[in-house]
Design a protein around this ligand. Structure first.
Ligand SMILES: [Zn+2]
Length: 58
């Protein structure tokens, strides 16, 4: 199983998406992307929970 998430999934206007084998790895990639491209978005525990609820298994 591969986990997948995209910015559009969580309502961010961005074409970026990523996949990873584990949720931990996926969240690491999301955090790196948010740091670079979405400096205005603070990755709070609420935001993390929202992202996690949108993770897809592909
Ligand atoms: Zn993005």
């Amino acid at each position: 199983m591969t986990k997948s998430i995209s910015c559009a999934d969580v309502g961010v206007k961005c074409r970026w998406s990523t996949t990873a084998k584990t949720e931990e790895e996926l969240m690491k990639k999301v955090a790196e992307h948010a740091k670079k491209e979405h400096k205005d978005i603070k990755v709070t525990p609420e935001v993390v929970a929202k992202i996690k609820s949108h993770i897809k298994e592909i």
